[in-house]
Design a protein around this ligand. Structure first.
Ligand code: ADP
Ligand code: ZN
Length: 430
C-alpha cells in the first residue's frame, strides 16, 4: 500500500522534471534571500538561471557542517524568523549542535514523508507506535511523532530508557511497532529475554524502525530473531528534517530516498568528484522543498552508495545502501583504514557474542575491542573463554587485516546508551 501512490511510483523522467523545477525554485530562494549563498554563487559567477539541468547542480559549491555552525543560529534562513514555528538541533555527537529551523509547511512536509515511510512498511491506523527516541531538541522523536499522527496510528511517546516501564507500556497498550536506536534495541531484546518474556506470546510487536546510528545487517538479524519482528532501516539527519529522508520498504533491501524532496549525490570525500550509482562514497543532499532553511549540496559525511537497480516494490525513488559509517568515523591502525562498522559486522556474526561492545584506540598501532559475551561462557572453564577470545581475534583479523587485542566481558559490564551510543573510545594522544 502507498501513502501517495502517484508520487511514490512517479516515472523517472517526470521525477527529473519535477526535481529541476524545484531545484530552480530553491536556488532562486537562497540566491535572493540568503546572503551566504548569494556570496558563494557570485564568487564563482553563477546565477540561478545557469542551473538548467539537475546535473548542473555539480557546478554549485557544497554546504558543510561548519557553514551551518558559522551561521548559527539564524544566518541561513531564507524566510523571516517570524515564519518559523520550530527549531531543532542536531544531537551533537560530533561537537557543537547545528540549529535547523522549520516553517509550518516544512513541518508538514517532513511529517508527510514519514507517513510514506510508515505506510510502506505496513503501518495502518490500528497500529500502536512506541516512540523510544529522545523527545526534545533532537528531530528523531518529534518528526516521527508528527508523521505517525498523520497516518493515524496511536503513538506512545515513551522516549528512551526505563526498560521495565517500556515493557509495561508495550503490554498495556498493545504496541505493534517501535522507533528505537539499534544499540538500545539490542539492550531491550536482551532484557526481554533475560526476564523470561516470550515476545511472540507476551507482546504484540510486529516491526521496529531503527536509525540514528550505523548498525550492521547482522545486528538487524539478531534483533529480528530475538524479538520475532521485522526491522526496517530508517535514515535521516537533522539538517534534512531528521528521520524520513530514506527508509526501507517491505523488501528490506536498501532505503528509498525521497527524490521529490531531495537531490542525492555520492561524491568522493577527498576529491569531491561526483561518483556514478553503485559506487561507495559520501552522500550529498540538496533540499528541494524547504522554505525555512534550504540547504544546497550538504555534505552529510555519511558513507553509502546509490543502488542502481529498480526496487521490486514499484517505488521509483532510488535506494541508498545501509550507511557504512561516517567519513569522520574512520580510524587508522597500522596504516589500515578501519570503520567501526566492520568490527560490528564481525562481532554480531560471531556466535556467543552478546549485545554490547566498545572499540578502544590507544595508539596508532593498537586496537582493543572490548566485547560482552554470553553469560554461560563464564562457567569457570578457562578453555571456553580462551577459545572464544581466539575465535574473535581471528575473525577480526581476517576482516580488518590488523590483529586487535580482544577483552571479553560479562554481559552488563559496558555502559548502555539510550540515545546514540559511543562505540569508539579514542585515547590516542597524537
Ligand atoms: P549528529 O550529527 O549530531 O549525530 P543527528 O542527530 O541529526 O546529528 O544524526 C544524524 C546522523 O545519524 C546521520 O548523519 C548519520 O550519521 C546517523 N544516522 C542516522 N540514521 C542512520 C541509519 N539508519 N544508519 C546509520 N547512521 C544513521
Ligand atoms: Zn522498495
Amino acid at each position: 500500500m502507498f501513502w501517495n501512490e502517484e508520487l511514490e511510483t512517479i516515472k523517472a523522467s517526470t521525477l527529473k522534471n519535477l526535481q529541476l523545477k524545484r531545484l530552480r525554485e530553491t536556488i532562486g530562494r537562497v540566491y535572493f534571500n540568503v546572503p551566504f549563498y548569494r556570496d558563494r554563487f557570485q564568487a564563482i559567477n553563477i546565477k540561478p538561471e545557469d542551473i538548467n539541468s539537475v546535473e548542473a547542480i555539480s557546478r554549485l559549491p557544497f554546504t558543510t557542517r561548519e557553514d551551518i555552525l558559522n551561521n548559527y543560529p539564524t544566518g541561513l534562513l531564507a524566510v523571516p524568523r517570524d515564519e518559523m514555528v520550530r527549531v531543532h538541533t542536531s544531537s551533537g555527537t560530533t561537537g557543537k549542535p547545528k540549529a535547523i529551523f522549520f516553517t509550518k509547511s516544512d513541518i508538514d512536509r517532513a511529517a508527510d514523508l514519514i507517513a510514506r515511510c510508515l505506510v510502506m512498511t505496513g503501518m495502518r491506523k490500528n497500529d500502536v507506535l512506541q516512540n523510544m527516541m529522545t523527545y526534545g531538541l533532537f528531530t528523531g522523536a518529534l518528526v516521527m511523532h508528527y508523521g505517525a499522527e498523520k497516518v493515524g496510528v496511536l503513538i506512545v511517546p515513551a522516549g528512551p530508557g526505563n526498560t521495565e516501564r517500556q515493557i509495561m507500556l508495550m503490554k498495556d497498550f498493545h504496541t505493534t511497532a517501535l522507533h528505537i536506536t539499534p544499540s538500545y534495541a539490542l539492550y531491550l531484546a536482551d532484557y526481554i529475554k533475560t526476564k523470561g518474556i516470550d515476545p511472540k506470546r507476551d507482546l504484540f510487536i510486529k516491526r521496529a524502525y531503527l536509525g540514528a546510528e550505523p548498525y550492521s545487517e547482522e545486528t538487524r538479524k539478531k534483533i529480528e530473531e530475538m524479538l520475532a519482528i521485522d526491522v526496517y532501516n530508517s535514515y535521516g539527519l537533522s539538517e534534512m528534517n531528521g528521520p524520513g529522508v530514506a527508509f526501507e520498504c517491505e523488501m528490506k533491501r536498501g532505503m528509498h530516498l525521497w527524490e521529490d524532496n531531495f537531490i542525492a549525490e555520492i561524491i568522493d570525500p577527498d576529491t569531491e568528484e561526483v561518483l556514478p550509482d553503485g559506487t561507495k562514497g559520501e552522500l550529498v543532499l540538496t533540499t528541494l522543498q524547504r522554505e525555512g532553511m534550504p540547504l544546497i549540496r550538504y555534505r552529510t559525511r555519511d558513507i553509502t552508495l546509490i543502488i542502481p537497480e529498480q526496487c521490486a516494490c514499484g517505488r521509483t525513488h532510488r535506494r541508498i545502501d545501509r550507511i557504512f559509517g561516517r567519513s569522520d568515523d574512520m580510524f587508522i591502525v597500522k596504516g589500515v583504514n578501519i570503520f567501526p562498522q566492520q568490527i560490528e559486522n564481525v562481532l554480531m556474526a560471531t556466535k556467543g557474542v552478546a549485545q554490547n561492545y566498545q572499540i578502544v584506540l590507544e595508539s596508532l598501532d593498537n586496537l582493543t575491542v572490548r566485547v560482552e559475551i554470553a553469560r554461560d561462557l563464564f562457567d569457570g572453564n578457562v578453555t571456553h573463554l580462551v577459545n572464544m577470545q581466539n575465535k574473535i581475534v581471528e575473525a577480526l583479523k581476517k576482516e580488518l587485516l590488523v590483529k586487535p587485542k580482544v577483552e571479553l566481558l560479562e554481559p552488563g559490564t559496558l555502559p548502555v546508551s539510550e540515545g546514540k551510543s559511543k562505540r569508539v573510545i579514542d585515547n590516542r594522544t597524537l
